[in-house]
Design a binder for this molecule. Sequence first.
Ligand SMILES: [Zn+2]
Length: 461
Amino acid sequence: MISPEQKMDLLVSLCKRRGFIYPDSEIYGGFANAWDYGPYGIELKNNIRDAWWQRFVHEREDIVGVDTPIIQHPKVWEASGHLQNFSDPLVECKKCHHRFRADHLLEAKQAEPGYDKERPVDLKDLRCPKCGGEFTDVKMFQQMLKTSVGVTEDTSAIAYLRPEAAGGMFTAWKNVRDSMRKKIPFGIAQLGKVFRNEITPGNFIFRTREFELMEIEYFIHPDQADQVFEMWLKEQKAWVKEILQIKSDHVVFRDLDEKERAFYSKRSIDTEYLGPFGQKEFQGLANRTDWDLSRQQEFSGEDLRWLDQEKKERFLPHVIEPTWGLTRTLLFVLIEHLDIDEADTSEEGEKEPRMVLRLPPRLAPVKAAILPLQKKDGLSELGQTITQTLRKSGFTVEYDEGGSIGKRYRRQDEIGTPFCFTVDYQTKEDKTVTVRDRDSMSQERIQIVELADWLKNHINS
Ligand SMILES: [Zn+2]
């Protein structure tokens, strides 16, 4: 059996070896909590992102998209409460001066085997994980990353990198309300990079300083809150099942109790994945009431209410907010679909794990690989022609003529390519190729002229 730690190690090395995710700034010894997405990583990330935009923006009448800046007016974060409240308890080792999140250390201590769960952890119990040294007292530490805009570095020029995508949707609310002919309930969607000054190293790409969120602020009449909350919970469950194809017993939809929720939230449900490093959140759903709009209204002095023309009623909309962590989703999709078979042997006769990424075809970075059996006798040219035709039809495909056919299949299995098209001598005679299915390993022959349609049907099924 492969342990969860081994599986994580294998995934991290596969991601580097096959061009999904690399340690950032590696030539300088790396940079804490920073990673590069390689050629296949960016394709996978874009595919998840595009599937989300397609499903929640393009396929719906009641949602529109926006794209607001990463650096907004600092007042936005004053109104949202981030400037005052978005900070973490920090301790510093007196010996080696490494800094840690006190809450993370306490959580880890509580989870240690044999630790008395009833007894609250005292900060005095904690020792530095690096050197065993004692800690200083807790200091609060602002999680928003600060920058300065303009030519001088005085305090009037201080701005922040957004810690969430929501802020921009609340400031854009007035213009969307006035320019789009939508009726409440309707939502605004935004996705993109957000920034938090994380100091705790975080399980591969799980916790990083910059990461990507996909968020919807869904504006409603307060009477609709419960019904709309349920609708979004259903949508989030369907997304996990149909698009990510994560098994239902690997996911928990957890109702947060009052202590865990933001003080303005009436109800919150986190979607948590049961992964190799514990049960971890990657989606969230919250009833934020009218907290955000009332605060932005107060700080800006603008009237942000909605006018219901029919009922002649003016009210401040409440908000239901479903959030998806794009980069965390990518990590859990990789973990979920990485299939490791340790019984297989390599060509050199050594035992080594055989890895297959059984990604849903729609999310796979490469949809099909075109592999000529030989370079000679015109098979190469035939394969290249098929490749070009499929590329022009909009498919991400790969052409590979190097090495044995078995090795080429193995490589495609490791990057999650669902189909391989093999060009052989029969191709020259009857204009067909062999299709090899990654998961069933079945083989069938298909006419070259039908390949594009065949691929389209099989990616979306
Ligand atoms: Zn230390």
